[in-house]
Design a binder for this molecule. Structure first.
Ligand code: SF4
Length: 475
């Protein structure tokens, strides 16, 4: 049977049945991030954008940070998304407008949002529909455009006119669901090249306009699994994103956000004035002095050890301050530089504890990738001036990091070496986690309680007691 008059109500119903959790497939934890991600998604896959934004949103945690970034460096960061110089320009212009005109936040009306140069209705609808659940219009991207035409919901060819047609037919209460659900339907079923009409739930009523070949026999089947698994969520009055429940309303508990969980967990501190002042301070220092580690390695501890994978944390104090050493992991140095004395002592203890021979390098990336977070209390330092960036705000961020691990994770082993690290014990819930304290491995103190403390086997024993795989401590 070929129906030619689309029944919009049953299409919405079918979409709700087949894509109950339809969500726009870009990662975000704040509306400002969604705005940047949507800008980057032009001529690029959402998967690639999500990969880039995992680290991008750590490096540039706010519109101000994007607006003030070095243009060439930002363009380089955006390279994998294509058209990177144009995108860097667009992102900076949009973020500048957010900072200068809207206090660094996405405004909540479509008129205000589209008044920013470079933001068209589609992008504005993505942000306002998806982040705030505001029915400002219906998202019309290439998928929605194609599906609406094939289903006979519009004969127009421009996004604006197609959106107007859809807004006339689809009840307003359904707009914020309809757009993302049509995108999903277009991406996984009604695809551009080979629409899977045979398994499409709308086959009976779809006129299949512009689709070649005879109408197939209906054999309805679920769509293939989606590549993006993030929950549908919405930002509440308090500015916190929460998942939308099956009933369509936000739940009352904050979500574990799908953007890099570090960003989600630390979003609040990173949005506060002191953090932006800290970034300003580091940039001023970089303008006048040599600063370690290089910009793109400041957050290596976070990017190499995602929050969900932290099993052990080794707290350090300050990055190494000599040329070529620091790369963002405490105690670790770049592979080509001599092994510093503290790390040499750690290797001695590793041999005494587990019989593991010291390697010829001091690069601890292998530990970090297994879930050993190597975090310094202070993340930057001026060359040859130890402690020069202490007291400027890094400690607030890294304290918030320790608290986040303590709060969000279970059964993490904290290795606290020396008095400085041991002061952080008060941030840790000892009822949930294991804290192993010892003297610092520096040559000044290693013989007074670091050697013989057997931290590596101790950490593995604690992990195994909780049913977790031990760390392979070979560096
Ligand atoms: S897959 Fe086929 S039947 Fe389904 S909406 Fe697209 S064109 Fe219509």
């Amino acid at each position: 049977m070929a129906a030619h008059v689309p029944n919009v109500e049953s299409i919405v119903q079918g979409l709700r049945q087949h894509h109950p959790d339809a969500t726009y497939e870009l990662d975000w934890s704040t509306p400002e991030q969604m705005l940047v991600a949507t800008t980057l998604a032009a001529q690029c896959t959402d998967e690639r954008v999500n990969k880039v934004t995992q680290t991008l949103f750590v490096k540039y945690p706010s519109p101000k940070a994007f607006a003030e970034a070095d243009f060439d460096e930002l363009a380089e960061d955006l390279k994998p998304t294509g058209f990177f110089r144009q995108k860097a320009q667009a992102v900076q212009a949009i973020c500048r407008a957010l900072v200068e005109r809207f206090g660094g936040k996405v405004p909540r009306t479509i008129d205000e949002l589209t008044s920013i140069h470079g933001i068209a209705r589609k992008t504005a609808n993505v942000v306002l529909n998806c982040c705030f659940d505001l029915p400002t219009g219906i998202i019309v991207d290439t998928h929605v455009q194609r599906v609406a035409q094939r289903m006979g919901l519009s004969t127009n060819t421009t996004p604006e006119k197609i959106e107007a047609d859809l807004m006339q037919q689809v009840p307003k209460d359904d707009w914020t669901f309809f757009g993302p659900a049509m995108v999903i339907h277009g991406r996984y079923t009604c695809t551009a090249k080979e629409p899977a009409c045979a398994r499409c739930p709308f086959l009976d009523q779809c006129p299949r306009k512009g689709v070649d070949g005879p109408r197939p026999q209906a054999a309805p089947a679920p769509p293939p699994p989606r590549k993006f698994q993030g929950p549908r969520k919405v930002v509440g009055e308090d500015g916190v994103a929460r998942p939308i429940t099956a009933g369509g309303r936000p739940s009352t508990t904050a979500t574990t956000l799908t953007v890099d969980p570090w960003v989600a967990t630390l979003a609040k501190p990173m949005d506060e004035p002191w953090f932006l002042e800290l970034l300003d301070f580091v940039e001023r220092e970089r303008a006048e002095h040599e600063v370690f580690p290089p910009r793109d390695q400041v957050f290596s501890a976070y990017s190499l050890t995602p929050l969900a994978e932290v099993k052990v944390i080794i707290l350090g104090q300050d990055p190494y301050h000599d040329v070529g050493q620091a790369h963002g992991l405490s105690f670790s140095v770049q592979p080509s530089v001599p092994i510093p004395p503290s790390l040499r002592n750690m290797y001695k203890e590793l041999h005494g504890d587990l019989g593991i021979d010291a390697p010829a390098h001091g690069h601890l990336r292998r530990w970090a990738e297994q879930g050993v977070m190597l975090l310094n209390a202070v993340l930057t330092v001026r060359a040859h001036e130890p402690g020069s960036h202490a007291g400027h705000g890094w400690e607030r961020l890294t304290d918030a990091t320790i608290q986040a691990i303590s709060r969000e994770r279970d059964h993490v082993v904290f290795l606290l070496w020396g008095k400085h690290a041991q002061k952080k014990a008060k941030l840790i819930d000892r009822g949930k986690h294991t804290v192993l304290e010892a003297n610092h491995p520096s040559p000044l103190s290693a013989r007074q309680g670091f050697f013989g403390s057997r931290p590596f086997s101790g950490a593995n024993a604690a992990l195994e007691r909780k049913g977790q795989a031990p760390i392979d401590w070979r560096p």
